[in-house]
Design a protein around this ligand. Sequence first.
Ligand SMILES: Cc1cc2nc3c(=O)[nH]c(=O)nc-3n(C[C@H](O)[C@H](O)[C@H](O)COP(=O)(O)OP(=O)(O)OC[C@H]3O[C@@H](n4cnc5c(N)ncnc54)[C@H](O)[C@@H]3O)c2cc1C
Length: 421
Amino acid sequence: MNNAPASELGFVPAVGEVRLSPLQRELLGRAHELGVGRLAPRAAHWDETATFPAANYEDLRAAGFLKLCIPEAEGGLGADFATYCMVAAELGRYCGATALTYNMHICSTLWTGLLAESIDMDAATRAEHERRRALHFEQVVSHGRLFAQPFSEGTAAAAGRAPFGTTATRAGAGWRINGRKIWASLAGAADFYGVLCTEVRGEGQPLDVRDTLYLAVPATAPGLAVEGEWNPMGMRGTVSRNLIFSDVWVADDAQLMPRGIYYQAALTWPAMFFTLAPTYLGIGQAAYDFTVQYLRGEVPGEPPVRRRQYPTKQIAVAQMRITLETMRSIFWRVIHEARARPSKDERMRLYAAHYTVMEGANDLCRLALRTCGGQSMMKHLPLERLYRDSRCGSLMLPWTAELVTERLGREALYEPGEKDT
Ligand SMILES: Cc1cc2nc3c(=O)[nH]c(=O)nc-3n(C[C@H](O)[C@H](O)[C@H](O)COP(=O)(O)OP(=O)(O)OC[C@H]3O[C@@H](n4cnc5c(N)ncnc54)[C@H](O)[C@@H]3O)c2cc1C
């Protein structure tokens, strides 16, 4: 592969100056241009009004970014896992809510595409999956449709420790869905909701995680409603309201993955949950960018007061840079290691990377506010928004900061099947 240093881009991307393929250079260049020109100037508006960044999605659509991870053979841009992570980090640098909602959309193409390819299926199941996923890809490629990814329910299901309570019952040549999802980013904005639910095997039969279905529900489906208030601390542009499914019927072809394959993917492809992290690397980078600009007295519209001459400021920026470099390094490594059935060492590094990026983003914002000082937290500047947005990463299931540390500790001390008697 003809890899060249990122400095040829004319900017240092959020992932740092690294070697990139021609496609990665092109996509990162596009993401940066969109970020600086379109996303950054509008970010305060979505935050203030807690509204979905619809105008940003017009730009992402026009740039071809909705089909980023759809294979070229199916009309997409053919970006792989690592490329997506780099692009998402660059977008997150300029608007966290856009990058996070973009993740929900991209996952619906990444899981059905790249992930599903490395999960075992018999030939007939794979052929059926490929026929169906072509229908979903077509919605994105030809019609620019947007997908959401509602799985949270306020139970142990989103943590992967119980079956989803939202159910799908066989009804004619399709499924009847009932249940409630909370925290559905893109609520009211998506064209399709990629719903994770559990197949009802029969009257009185217990729900089983192995029967998880992943169904694309059109926003216009009768029985689907968006409800609830939306006034959160951070990531306000994600508009993650609740979804109610009351006897919503979808045809068999709504299956984004064959029955049971989501469960297999969650077991064997852990990096599928790392896709939330790039947004937060971008936010951390933005806090660092702002701090350097502010201490140099170069923030547009602000008095050109320099504060860089104080050793305290220099030390704080050094601490920030160390945190940022730590985040970038482990991020870079794990996005290239991502694959089905990683080794134990790789999986533990992935947990550590997720924790490092999610908590690191908030650390960077905390240090940025402390060192830039009182004037820097005014609402007309981005730092207080970055601070609020950065706090949200560690709350996201299934890999909250608490749950990844729990996994890391347990897996460090126990081999599979080991018990204390
Ligand atoms: C900005 C934002 C956008 C989001 N967008 C989406 C989206 O698009 N789709 C979606 O499905 N969800 C989304 N979520 C929801 C997210 O993934 C979590 O489901 C949600 O934040 C969990 O909130 P909760 O209060 O229900 O957590 P709880 O389930 O009450 O958990 C609270 C904490 O307890 C711990 N915990 C939880 N379960 C267990 C367990 N079984 N064992 C031990 N500890 C546990 C975890 O550390 C967790 O942080 C979003 C969240 C945020 C903040």
